[in-house]
Ligand binder design. Structure first.
Ligand code: C2E
Ligand code: CA
Ligand code: CA
Length: 456
């Protein structure tokens, strides 16, 4: 009896040991064991150097959200298998957290480690097959070396992390730690955590820029643009933090915040007799995220807002990055009665052929074509043909970035319906926007039917 009890205790201890040091999902060592291993190597006098590689799976959250946790787990298991299938000496692999793996490569020259990371990236070129779904998985790698980058475990791990987070765009698939990355990335990480806080603590505000109908001079809508009022750094413009929000996934919360704030404002203005459509910018990730539709539907329902008053501005590249899922979202939103607009037209790989298959009703010509319109005959040719083609597809046009009357005259001549730009007004706070519209409408009655004489 005693013997069998001892066996049972041993088995349980083994079980506990396993839970403490192995990751259940992938069967790989976990973070604790990995760190212990790093410590051991530092102590081991036979080991002169080693490299730590952290691997991050791009947008793993999307896989989980769209395919469900079961397939997400399966994918992680397969990724673990793939890492282990690489035939390299002295590799110790571990699973850190959902989308992060780590590898320890001991006593290998830098060249050999580079060979390993290349092989690692290559093996991810092959798609993963999950039941009937074929998935392309992108990874990023951050590498740090002992003893060059750090002499203790914490420092080495931090350096690998910094290298990883410095792989900003898809062209940086692997980065080796350098001290110059440090400064930049500390800033980035600080910004990122600040941004999350800013969304939660309402440090963001919206400003509103009017859209004017060229024929009537009517304010036919407005675009909601986000600003970050940083407690120390003052106003930060979206070009500085939207990309950060997009890379980190915080864009979802940001878009939800913008939609909610816009809806509230819409109701406040409506109560004061100003009811005009509002345009909100959404990102590629929002479209892949099947939650956007639900969020918008609930919001409009809660506030009893007619969906026809909401326009979502999307860029074509957003649709092209994940065409199937994005299209699915777009059709769903359209069915709900929401209008869709193609933003920044002309700047990406946009083509009219692709536009044809999209359920959009409006096209915004990017400001880069409009700002110097009267001086630049190339821009004139592009804008003119864009307007003609878009009209043939039944789309209405908004030209953005009108800064002078000369541009306005040309756009009128081309048959552009709507305009937006500093010539009329910069984006304004809610109160200023309301006052501006009142003042504009008074002026407008002095110049009935004439858009060009109505500069602000
Ligand atoms: P966008 O969607 O192309 O927005 C138009 C930008 O042009 C705005 O800059 C606006 O202030 C500026 N603009 C308008 N008229 C003129 C003009 O006559 N001349 C010049 N030079 N500029 C003009 P802003 O507000 O800095 O926004 C920059 C970009 O940030 C936006 O470009 C949009 O891509 C992004 N963004 C802004 N708000 C949001 C948001 O709530 N969500 C998302 N996802 N993106 C946003
Ligand atoms: Ca826009
Ligand atoms: Ca634009």
């Amino acid at each position: 009896a005693l013997g069998s009890m001892q066996t049972a205790i041993k088995a349980r201890e083994g079980e506990i040991q396993k839970l403490a040091f192995y990751d259940e999902l992938t069967g790989l060592p976990n973070r604790t064991q990995f760190l212990t291993q790093v410590e051991k190597m530092i102590q081991d006098s036979n080991i002169a150097d080693f490299s730590v590689i952290i691997l991050d799976v791009d947008r793993f959250k999307d896989v989980n959200d769209t395919l469900g946790h079961e397939l997400g787990d399966k994918l992680l298991f397969m990724i673990g298998e793939r890492i282990q299938s690489l035939n390299f000496d002295s590799i110790f692999a571990a699973h850190f957290s959902a989308d992060q793996f780590a590898m320890l490569v001991s006593n290998q020259a830098r060249d050999d480690v580079e060979r390993f990371t290349r092989a690692l990236l290559d093996t991810f070129e092959t798609s993963f097959i999950l039941k009937t779904v074929k998935l392309d998985v992108d990874i990023r790698l951050g590498v740090a070396r002992y003893p060059d980058d750090g002499k203790d475990c914490t420092t080495i791990m931090k350096c690998a992390d910094i290298a990883l987070y410095s792989c900003k765009d898809l062209s940086d698939r692997v980065l080796w730690y350098e001290s110059k990355l440090n400064k930049h990335s500390v800033q980035r990480l600080t910004r990122l955590s600040e941004l999350r806080k800013a969304i939660e603590e309402d440090q963001l505000t919206l400003v509103y820029q009017p859209k004017i109908a060229l024929k009537t001079g009517e304010v036919m809508g407005m675009e909601c643009l986000v600003r970050w009022h940083h407690p120390e750094q003052g106003f930060i413009f979206p070009d500085e933090f939207i990309p950060l929000a997009e890379q980190s996934g915080a864009i979802r919360e940001l878009t939800h915040w913008v939609l909610k704030t816009a809806a509230k404002q819409f109701m406040l203005w409506s109560g004061r007799g100003l009811t005009i459509p509002m345009s909100v910018n959404v990102s590629a990730l929002d479209l892949v995220d099947q939650k956007l539709q639900d969020y918008v539907a609930r919001l409009l329902e809660d506030w009893q807002i007619d969906p026809a008053y909401l326009i979502l501005e999307i860029t074509e590249s957003a649709v092209m990055s994940e065409p199937q899922q994005a299209m699915y979202s777009l059709y769903h939103l359209k069915e709900m009665g929401i209008k869709l607009s193609i933003d920044d037209f002309g700047t990406g790989y946009s083509s009219m052929a692709q536009l044809k298959s999209m359920p959009v009703t409006e096209l915004k010509i990017d400001k880069s074509f409009i700002q110097d319109l009267s001086q630049n005959s190339d821009d004139q040719a592009i804008v003119k043909s864009t307007v003609e083609l878009a009209h043939n597809l039944g789309l209405s046009i908004v030209a953005e970035g009108i800064e002078n009357e000369a541009a306005l005259t040309i756009l009128k001549d081309y048959g552009v319906e709507n305009v937006q730009g500093y010539f009329f007004s910069k984006p304004l706070s809610a109160q200023d926007f309301y006052d501006w519209v009142i003042a504009w409408n008074e002026k407008k009655s002095q110049f009935p039917g004439n858009g060009t004489e109505m500069s602000a």
